[in-house]
Design a protein around this ligand. Structure first.
Ligand SMILES: Cc1ncc(COP(=O)(O)O)c(C=O)c1O
Length: 413
């Protein structure tokens, strides 16, 4: 398609967008279990739209021109840091999402390892459990580090501490664990893993991209949450995505460092060109302001109490869905998920979870397929409260009525 010769009418343009959008996932009906985290609350949706609109055109590239963006940015970082017990020595920045926060953490640790331990970038490695988000492998690829994925335990899907210890060597620049991980929603043994790193003066990243706005509230609600944040002395860096369970619109994650000065390793500074000093803390040059405004607005609007309230009902919905799945003979929850992320598998050859997923697809539900072993993956959001009964009824029906799998493979995206 080339640029239209003549402009089209607004009705024509929007008509075509709406027509195309009809084929997209029906997340606003609660049919989608990843990618979007809807609260189902009109007041929240309106707030996010208004905040985005107020900052639609601004550019966060230049904090001197737009000091309000810098203020909001530092207050979002402080809010996320406060939830994760970032010490007063620490600091952080925003990034466009979890993958970019992880990239920045790996970069910081690569360059720290060079400065403090003399490890040349091309010689370093990062050690992570195979359940780590793919962004760690991507960061290793971009930053010319060797990726060392270590098989997870087959009984509970958590990181295998002994195997991780064996994989670490003198050239390891970063070890990581997830609290909690994307594939199964289980907590890695962060205390043991971070101690391994601490003993050898290696950086340790706790990935709380998905848990950063979940675990602090579970803890406040009295759930038994194993230690995972900066209260552990070995944890040097963390990532926390506001665009997941912080409920803002896409484009905002926080990268946190135990020592503020490490942020310097994130910065690219350059002045050897005709337009003067260029300095950016992340990959982007020009940066959209709307996501910053939305993230600031939602964190201020909900506050601790608002997040707690959402978390209470979200966990009630999660418990209901979990109990409903466990009540279906032949299905089993995988591992011990701590929050609103569940995967389930089948304990009998009579149930093929991929074939079950085919029938759920036909009914408009978007579940994700897991591998090793096969299972189905769900990130539960507050909106799912409204559809939990219908979902469980359809799941029961799909388990009873499925045939052969159509061969659809597991895809993250
Ligand atoms: C644990 C974990 N880490 C990192 C990421 C990557 O985040 P993003 O998709 O914002 O890049 C995700 C995404 O779901 C995640 O669940």
């Amino acid at each position: 398609m080339t640029l239209p010769e003549q402009g089209r009418s607004r009705d024509d343009v929007f008509g075509q967008m709406r027509e195309r959008k009809a084929a997209d996932a029906k997340w606003d009906q609660g049919k989608t279990f990843s990618l979007i985290y809807p609260t189902g609350r009109d007041d929240v949706d309106e707030l996010l739209m208004d905040a985005n609109a107020l900052y639609l055109y601004e550019n966060a590239l230049n904090p001197i021109r737009f000091p309000s963006l810098q203020q909001m940015e530092s207050e979002i970082v402080a809010a996320a840091g406060g939830l994760l017990n970032l010490p007063p020595t620490g600091g952080g920045t925003l990034s466009s999402g979890g993958s970019e926060s992880i990239l920045m953490s790996v970069l910081v640790n690569r360059d720290r390892a060079k400065a403090e331990r003399g490890i040349e970038p091309g010689k370093g490695n990062i050690v992570y459990p195979t359940s780590a988000h793919a962004a760690f492998a991507k960061a290793a690829h971009y930053l010319e580090l060797e990726a060392r994925p270590v098989p997870i335990r087959t009984d509970d899907f958590t990181a295998d501490v002994d195997a991780m210890a064996d994989a670490i060597d003198d050239n390891t620049v970063l070890v990581m664990g997830s609290a909690y991980g994307y594939p199964h929603g289980v907590m890695d043994p962060i205390e043991d893993l971070s101690n391994l790193a601490l003993e050898r003066n290696i950086g340790f990243h706790t990935d709380t991209c998905v848990g950063g706005f979940v675990l602090p509230f579970l803890e406040q609600l009295g759930y038994d949450v194993p230690p995972y944040d900066f209260r552990l002395p070995g944890v040097t860096n963390m990532s926390s995505d506001v665009h997941k369970y912080g409920y803002t619109t896409k484009g905002v994650s926080v990268i946190l460092h135990r020592q503020t000065e490490w942020i310097g390793n994130q910065y690219f500074l350059y002045s050897d060109w005709p337009s003067g000093i260029y300095g950016t803390p992340t990959v982007a040059g020009a940066r959209p302001a709307a996501p910053i405004a939305a993230a600031w607005a939602i964190t201020q609007y909900l506050g601790n109490e608002g997040y707690l309230e959402l978390m209470r009902s979200l966990m009630a919905t999660t418990d209901k869905i979990r109990a409903g799945i466990e009540a279906i003979e032949g299905l089993e929850i995988m591992g011990n998920p701590i929050g609103p992320l569940l995967t389930f598998t089948s304990t009998t050859d009579a149930i093929d979870t991929y074939a079950v997923c085919d029938l759920m697809d036909d009914k408009g539900w978007n579940l994700d397929r897991n591998t090793d072993p096969n299972g189905l993956h769900m990130m539960i959001s507050p909106l799912h409260e409204r559809v939990a009964d219908e979902f469980l009824a359809d799941l029961r029906w799909a388990v009873d009525n499925h045939g052969e799998s159509r061969g659809v493979e597991a895809r993250y995206n």
